[in-house]
Design a protein around this ligand. Sequence first.
Ligand code: ATP
Length: 297
Amino acid sequence: MPRIVVVGSINMDLVTLAPRFPGPGETLLGSRFFTAHGGKGANQAVAAARLGAEVAMIGALGRDAFGDQLHAGLAHEGIDLAHVARIDDEGSGSASITVAAGENQIIVVPAANARVSLAQVEAARDAIARADAVLVQLEIPLDAVEATLRLARREGVPVILNPAPAQKLPAEWLSLASYLTPNQHELATVLGADEQTDFRELMRRAPCPVVLTRGGEGAWYRDDAHPEPAHQAGFKVDAIDTTGAGDTFNGALAVFLHEGLPAAVRKACAAAALSVTKLGAQGGMPSAREVATLLPH
Ligand code: ATP
């Protein structure tokens, strides 16, 4: 059973369905409201746990009702929460999402996620040293991300940097990642390159191995063994809701990395394809058995 450590965000998604977006000062009647557990870190941890990995999470929650619910949800997935801090004077992270006419508007308040600290990462050194792979994204402070990259490297553990939400990052930092897992837009942003540049060219420019996701088209990967970008086709499915496809992909990539990059990318594409056939980010994340049914023997 692979051991995975995820260092990242935990959010409550507050989703409102409305006929259109309200203007400034306007009140509208919506048709539906629901909450859903999210945050890139939590989503990737759940994806890995569903696939049978032993997962430990490093993150932070407020000491509020959302924090209790999110904590219970992650515990229910069997995720080790010993390194998830509860912050007394801060709320839990949230994403307020309005969906209207097939478009969405989102406001993220990091709250407790902004308090994930370098000290917390260092306190989890033993868990990181024992892990088969470490996953980190950019919804927590950058010093905690950097500490994760450096610590994993020092301990000889492969570390996957999912650069989302994207921002330009120093090349020295990127070279600490064992794998960078952007979509095309994120890779251009991280490298500070023109969005119009061919994605294969961007992959060659990155100072570390890259696994680039391209929605229904699947994924491309480049590492020392595959210096020219190689393609893994997407699996044909009836897409219902692509929310969380990238998070499922990252969780699965970490879980199957020990099988070698081509096999891991193939299984990550299969897991992510299954995830888009169901509603919600965490709602559609498949089990290892479901992934196996999609792959020919
Ligand atoms: P999101 O932010 O919505 O999670 P993303 O941009 O991070 O998306 P995508 O490239 O859209 O990530 O999707 C990640 C992976 O999910 C793809 O590499 C692919 O394997 C799978 N996937 C996404 N959409 C589809 C689809 N319509 N059909 C099959 N597989 C899909």
